[in-house]
Write a protein that binds this ligand. Sequence first.
Ligand code: AMP
Length: 417
Amino acid sequence: MPEFQTSPGMRDILPPESGRWRRFVEVFAEVVESAGYGQIIPPLLEDLGVFQRIGDATDVVTKEMYDFVDKGGRHVSLRPELTASVCRGFVQHRPLTPWKVWYAGSQFRYEKPQRGRYRQFDQVGVEVLGADDPLLDVEVIALGWDFYQRLGLTQVRLLLNSLGEPGDRARYVEALRGHFESNLDALSPESRITLAKNPLRVLDSKRETDAPLVAAAPRIAEFYSDEAAAHFEAVQTGLRAVGVPFVIDSSLVRGLDYYRRTTFEYQGLTLDSAQNALGGGGRYDGLVESLGGPATAGIGFALGLDRTLLACDDEGVFPAPSAGVDVFVVDTTGGSEALDITTALRRAGIRADRAYEGRSMKSQMKVADRSGAAIALIVGTDELAQGVVTLRPLRGEDRQYPVPRAELIESVEKALT
Ligand code: AMP
């Protein structure tokens, strides 16, 4: 055992897997930038208060924060999510609305590590601030859906709900409180604590003990005002129009205390039910205001990279891109020819590698094979004397031929096409 290893719930992402992570973010960027979203890169660390505004009934805030007092005496925290940072950024910079941004990066939550649940994990997401149009909800939800399609995932289910207007939600919360309080004995101890803080969150309970009571709870739909019902209807009509299938799930309330109207979640059907939320989001009000800005409508989602890649593995889609080189230079004359040739190839934009430490021809050819290169360029004493390089295809046909040094780049480019 080495003395130092990664902390629990944290991992090194090594090649070629790391190439897959980079590609994941690139594909996400392509999808959302095609809809006019620009990237925001907030700091990893903020004043603790920024994240406390998310709400004090969420585990993220009460139990899982990586917070500490820095050398200047500031109480700060590594970010557990990015919505609060984006809203803080909106208040700080006052951009024109609607402000459409996307992000990618690591989040930190002190959770119990298990498959699909880590203490450092990555998310990509979008937020739109300053527009309340139901067709914006449709745009945001469809972007997440289309992203999963682009990855090649088919086993994804979109769950949709509306929490109504804040007034509807408040009446519903009271009805829920009544329902759960009159059946307190049947509720798990954890959910009893949650109930005291936020009855809505009891619906989020994944504990089996709570399942019958959650199933028998009143439905939010009975409490919708006309306005909320119309908004929800418009979202559903829009999703149908753009061909995004969804299932209404009235128990979908999600973590944030500020959620109102539309909430949604993308489930990975191949994953264990406790960790099957690939991502989710919804509309929120009040977050910008609570951070000192004007009353501002917001909507967004965050998609978990780690879990989505587990789902990709399950479906055998979106493999790691090949990290290998195109050309491998084998030099048995000392190594400085390999330096010249790899340098020239790389400067011409051709991926090239070589062996080091003056190994034998046989051992260099082995490394060349393992490198995944399509071509080996061989320089021995004969080649050196004749001013040529032997070009040997490593895959398929096995015919090698000499190439004059002066025509090397052109010959390699030709052989690679
Ligand atoms: P949330 O910000 O809690 O709504 O989470 C959004 C998505 O981030 C989830 O659906 C997961 O895919 C991912 N996620 C949240 N927490 C973790 C974690 N501890 N480990 C891995 N992924 C996570």
